[in-house]
Design a protein around this ligand. Structure first.
Ligand SMILES: [Mg+2]
Length: 266
Protein backbone atom coordinates (compact mmCIF):
# COMPACT_ATOMS: atom_id res chain seq x y z
CA UNK A 1 0.00 0.00 0.00
CA UNK A 2 2.90 2.38 0.40
CA UNK A 3 4.87 1.68 -2.77
CA UNK A 4 3.48 4.80 -4.51
CA UNK A 5 4.44 6.90 -1.48
CA UNK A 6 8.02 5.73 -1.84
CA UNK A 7 8.18 6.69 -5.48
CA UNK A 8 6.64 10.09 -4.76
CA UNK A 9 9.14 10.83 -2.01
CA UNK A 10 11.95 10.33 -4.51
CA UNK A 11 10.57 12.90 -6.95
CA UNK A 12 10.70 16.70 -6.71
CA UNK A 13 8.08 18.48 -4.64
CA UNK A 14 4.84 19.26 -6.38
CA UNK A 15 3.20 22.29 -4.90
CA UNK A 16 -0.07 24.14 -5.23
CA UNK A 17 0.15 27.86 -4.48
CA UNK A 18 -3.14 29.49 -3.56
CA UNK A 19 -3.97 33.16 -3.30
CA UNK A 20 -6.50 34.20 -0.66
CA UNK A 21 -8.03 37.66 -1.33
CA UNK A 22 -10.32 37.58 -4.36
CA UNK A 23 -9.51 33.91 -4.99
CA UNK A 24 -10.38 31.68 -2.03
CA UNK A 25 -12.19 34.62 -0.41
CA UNK A 26 -14.69 37.16 -1.69
CA UNK A 27 -12.72 40.43 -1.71
CA UNK A 28 -10.04 40.88 0.94
CA UNK A 29 -9.81 39.43 4.45
CA UNK A 30 -7.68 42.40 5.54
CA UNK A 31 -10.46 45.00 6.15
CA UNK A 32 -12.12 43.12 9.05
CA UNK A 33 -8.69 42.91 10.71
CA UNK A 34 -7.92 46.61 10.24
CA UNK A 35 -11.42 47.52 11.45
CA UNK A 36 -10.81 45.36 14.51
CA UNK A 37 -7.46 47.11 15.14
CA UNK A 38 -9.23 50.49 14.96
CA UNK A 39 -12.22 49.42 17.08
CA UNK A 40 -9.92 47.93 19.73
CA UNK A 41 -7.81 51.11 19.92
CA UNK A 42 -4.80 49.04 18.86
CA UNK A 43 -3.68 51.16 15.91
CA UNK A 44 -3.62 54.77 14.83
CA UNK A 45 -7.22 55.20 13.58
CA UNK A 46 -6.52 57.76 10.84
CA UNK A 47 -3.73 55.64 9.34
CA UNK A 48 -5.89 52.53 9.68
CA UNK A 49 -8.76 54.20 7.83
CA UNK A 50 -6.37 55.40 5.11
CA UNK A 51 -5.23 51.78 4.64
CA UNK A 52 -8.88 50.68 4.37
CA UNK A 53 -9.52 53.37 1.72
CA UNK A 54 -6.62 52.08 -0.39
CA UNK A 55 -7.88 48.49 -0.17
CA UNK A 56 -11.41 49.60 -1.07
CA UNK A 57 -10.13 51.42 -4.18
CA UNK A 58 -8.68 48.21 -5.61
CA UNK A 59 -11.77 46.18 -4.67
CA UNK A 60 -14.01 48.75 -6.41
CA UNK A 61 -11.86 48.55 -9.53
CA UNK A 62 -10.97 52.25 -9.38
CA UNK A 63 -7.27 51.69 -8.57
CA UNK A 64 -4.62 49.29 -9.87
CA UNK A 65 -3.25 46.55 -7.65
CA UNK A 66 0.41 47.53 -7.21
CA UNK A 67 -0.05 51.22 -6.24
CA UNK A 68 -3.02 50.42 -3.96
CA UNK A 69 -1.06 47.67 -2.23
CA UNK A 70 2.00 49.91 -1.75
CA UNK A 71 -0.12 52.72 -0.29
CA UNK A 72 -2.13 50.34 1.91
CA UNK A 73 1.07 48.84 3.30
CA UNK A 74 2.52 52.31 4.03
CA UNK A 75 -0.60 53.32 5.94
CA UNK A 76 -0.80 50.00 7.75
CA UNK A 77 2.83 50.19 8.84
CA UNK A 78 2.20 53.66 10.28
CA UNK A 79 -1.04 52.49 11.88
CA UNK A 80 0.69 49.59 13.64
CA UNK A 81 3.75 51.44 14.90
CA UNK A 82 3.95 51.05 18.67
CA UNK A 83 1.13 48.48 18.86
CA UNK A 84 1.62 45.58 21.28
CA UNK A 85 1.96 42.17 19.64
CA UNK A 86 -0.60 40.68 22.03
CA UNK A 87 -3.15 43.38 21.11
CA UNK A 88 -2.57 42.83 17.39
CA UNK A 89 -3.05 39.09 17.82
CA UNK A 90 -6.21 39.69 19.83
CA UNK A 91 -7.58 42.01 17.11
CA UNK A 92 -7.01 39.22 14.56
CA UNK A 93 -8.86 36.76 16.78
CA UNK A 94 -11.80 39.16 17.08
CA UNK A 95 -11.79 39.80 13.30
CA UNK A 96 -11.59 36.16 12.29
CA UNK A 97 -15.34 35.31 12.31
CA UNK A 98 -16.03 38.19 9.85
CA UNK A 99 -13.00 37.28 7.70
CA UNK A 100 -14.00 33.61 7.72
CA UNK A 101 -17.41 34.46 6.24
CA UNK A 102 -15.63 35.75 3.12
CA UNK A 103 -14.16 32.33 2.26
CA UNK A 104 -15.91 30.86 -0.78
CA UNK A 105 -17.81 27.57 -0.30
CA UNK A 106 -15.67 25.87 -2.99
CA UNK A 107 -12.39 26.51 -1.14
CA UNK A 108 -12.53 23.38 1.06
CA UNK A 109 -13.19 21.12 -1.90
CA UNK A 110 -10.48 22.75 -4.00
CA UNK A 111 -7.89 22.11 -1.28
CA UNK A 112 -9.04 18.49 -0.96
CA UNK A 113 -8.76 18.05 -4.73
CA UNK A 114 -5.20 19.40 -4.75
CA UNK A 115 -4.15 17.20 -1.83
CA UNK A 116 -5.69 14.13 -3.53
CA UNK A 117 -3.51 14.90 -6.57
CA UNK A 118 -0.42 14.70 -4.36
CA UNK A 119 0.24 18.45 -4.19
CA UNK A 120 1.64 20.28 -1.15
CA UNK A 121 -0.54 23.36 -0.59
CA UNK A 122 0.87 26.79 0.23
CA UNK A 123 -1.22 29.92 0.86
CA UNK A 124 0.54 33.12 -0.24
CA UNK A 125 -1.41 36.30 0.47
CA UNK A 126 -0.72 40.00 0.65
CA UNK A 127 -3.01 40.25 3.69
CA UNK A 128 -1.68 40.31 7.26
CA UNK A 129 -0.24 36.99 8.39
CA UNK A 130 -2.33 37.01 11.57
CA UNK A 131 -5.45 36.48 9.43
CA UNK A 132 -3.84 34.47 6.61
CA UNK A 133 -2.62 31.75 8.96
CA UNK A 134 -6.12 31.35 10.37
CA UNK A 135 -7.51 30.92 6.85
CA UNK A 136 -4.86 28.30 6.06
CA UNK A 137 -5.67 26.38 9.26
CA UNK A 138 -9.40 26.55 8.51
CA UNK A 139 -8.89 25.10 5.02
CA UNK A 140 -6.23 22.53 5.92
CA UNK A 141 -3.58 24.33 3.85
CA UNK A 142 -0.14 23.22 5.04
CA UNK A 143 1.75 26.52 4.97
CA UNK A 144 0.84 30.22 5.08
CA UNK A 145 2.70 33.35 3.99
CA UNK A 146 1.36 36.87 4.48
CA UNK A 147 2.33 40.45 5.25
CA UNK A 148 4.44 40.58 8.38
CA UNK A 149 5.19 43.51 10.64
CA UNK A 150 8.35 43.66 12.72
CA UNK A 151 8.04 43.53 16.51
CA UNK A 152 10.75 44.34 19.04
CA UNK A 153 10.26 43.84 22.75
CA UNK A 154 6.62 43.06 22.01
CA UNK A 155 5.93 46.32 20.13
CA UNK A 156 5.58 46.96 16.40
CA UNK A 157 8.46 49.01 15.02
CA UNK A 158 6.38 50.35 12.12
CA UNK A 159 8.41 48.35 9.60
CA UNK A 160 6.99 45.60 7.42
CA UNK A 161 9.34 42.63 6.95
CA UNK A 162 7.42 40.74 4.27
CA UNK A 163 5.17 42.40 1.70
CA UNK A 164 3.78 39.73 -0.64
CA UNK A 165 1.46 42.12 -2.51
CA UNK A 166 4.33 44.34 -3.72
CA UNK A 167 6.19 43.54 -6.95
CA UNK A 168 8.56 40.64 -6.27
CA UNK A 169 6.78 39.79 -3.02
CA UNK A 170 4.99 36.64 -4.13
CA UNK A 171 8.10 35.40 -5.91
CA UNK A 172 10.05 35.87 -2.65
CA UNK A 173 7.37 34.04 -0.64
CA UNK A 174 7.49 31.15 -3.10
CA UNK A 175 11.29 30.99 -2.70
CA UNK A 176 10.83 30.82 1.09
CA UNK A 177 8.17 28.13 0.73
CA UNK A 178 10.39 25.92 -1.44
CA UNK A 179 13.73 26.53 0.27
CA UNK A 180 15.81 23.40 0.59
CA UNK A 181 13.99 21.42 -2.04
CA UNK A 182 13.66 21.25 -5.78
CA UNK A 183 10.21 21.88 -7.19
CA UNK A 184 8.65 19.94 -10.01
CA UNK A 185 7.49 23.02 -11.86
CA UNK A 186 5.63 21.24 -14.63
CA UNK A 187 3.51 19.38 -12.09
CA UNK A 188 2.92 22.34 -9.79
CA UNK A 189 -0.22 24.47 -9.69
CA UNK A 190 -1.19 28.05 -8.85
CA UNK A 191 -4.42 30.03 -8.64
CA UNK A 192 -4.85 33.78 -8.15
CA UNK A 193 -6.69 36.92 -9.31
CA UNK A 194 -4.14 39.77 -9.37
CA UNK A 195 -1.01 40.76 -11.32
CA UNK A 196 1.11 39.80 -8.29
CA UNK A 197 -0.02 36.18 -8.75
CA UNK A 198 1.59 36.15 -12.20
CA UNK A 199 4.98 35.95 -10.43
CA UNK A 200 3.91 32.52 -9.20
CA UNK A 201 2.08 31.54 -12.40
CA UNK A 202 5.33 31.97 -14.34
CA UNK A 203 6.94 29.24 -12.22
CA UNK A 204 4.33 26.52 -12.48
CA UNK A 205 2.92 24.39 -15.28
CA UNK A 206 -0.73 24.77 -14.29
CA UNK A 207 -1.98 28.30 -13.68
CA UNK A 208 -5.58 29.35 -13.14
CA UNK A 209 -6.53 33.04 -13.26
CA UNK A 210 -9.57 33.20 -10.98
CA UNK A 211 -12.01 36.03 -11.75
CA UNK A 212 -8.89 37.99 -12.75
CA UNK A 213 -8.62 41.74 -12.52
CA UNK A 214 -8.27 43.54 -15.89
CA UNK A 215 -4.46 43.43 -15.93
CA UNK A 216 -4.18 39.72 -15.08
CA UNK A 217 -7.02 38.93 -17.51
CA UNK A 218 -4.99 40.51 -20.32
CA UNK A 219 -1.85 38.58 -19.37
CA UNK A 220 -3.82 35.32 -19.09
CA UNK A 221 -5.10 35.78 -22.63
CA UNK A 222 -1.52 36.19 -23.89
CA UNK A 223 -0.30 33.07 -22.11
CA UNK A 224 -1.42 29.52 -21.37
CA UNK A 225 -3.28 30.53 -18.24
CA UNK A 226 -6.77 29.20 -17.85
CA UNK A 227 -9.48 31.49 -16.54
CA UNK A 228 -12.12 30.29 -14.08
CA UNK A 229 -14.83 31.77 -11.89
CA UNK A 230 -16.63 30.75 -8.70
CA UNK A 231 -19.18 28.77 -10.72
CA UNK A 232 -16.78 26.55 -12.64
CA UNK A 233 -13.47 26.59 -10.74
CA UNK A 234 -13.85 23.11 -9.27
CA UNK A 235 -14.72 21.57 -12.63
CA UNK A 236 -11.87 23.46 -14.34
CA UNK A 237 -9.31 22.31 -11.76
CA UNK A 238 -10.64 18.74 -11.72
CA UNK A 239 -10.25 18.61 -15.49
CA UNK A 240 -6.75 20.15 -15.39
CA UNK A 241 -5.62 17.53 -12.90
CA UNK A 242 -7.38 14.56 -14.48
CA UNK A 243 -5.80 15.26 -17.88
CA UNK A 244 -2.32 15.97 -16.47
CA UNK A 245 0.03 13.05 -17.15
CA UNK A 246 1.50 12.99 -13.62
CA UNK A 247 -1.14 14.59 -11.36
CA UNK A 248 -3.96 12.66 -13.05
CA UNK A 249 -2.24 9.39 -12.17
CA UNK A 250 -1.61 10.55 -8.58
CA UNK A 251 -5.28 11.52 -8.29
CA UNK A 252 -6.38 8.07 -9.42
CA UNK A 253 -4.09 6.42 -6.84
CA UNK A 254 -5.36 8.75 -4.10
CA UNK A 255 -8.99 8.11 -4.96
CA UNK A 256 -8.45 4.37 -5.15
CA UNK A 257 -6.65 4.37 -1.80
CA UNK A 258 -9.31 6.57 -0.26
CA UNK A 259 -11.90 3.98 -1.31
CA UNK A 260 -9.85 1.08 0.00
CA UNK A 261 -9.02 2.98 3.18
CA UNK A 262 -12.63 2.98 4.30
CA UNK A 263 -12.71 -0.81 4.28
CA UNK A 264 -9.24 -1.93 5.08
CA UNK A 265 -6.54 0.45 6.33
CA UNK A 266 -5.95 1.97 9.71
MG1 LIG B 1 -5.79 38.07 -4.63
Amino acid sequence: MISHAHSRAESHARIAVLDLDGTLAEGSVAPPFVESLIAGGVCDPAAGRAALDMMAGYQRGTAAHAPSAAAAYDHLARALEGAARTDVEHAAQVAWPAARKKIFPFADELVRLLHAAGLRTVLISGSPYEIVRRAAAELGIGEAHGMRAEFRRGRCTGTLTTTPALPGGKRAALRTATRGGAVDRRSSFAIGNSPSDAEVFEQVGLAVAFEPDPILRGWAMDRDWITADRGNVLAVCQDLIATHPVLGAAGHVAHRNAGLGVAGSR
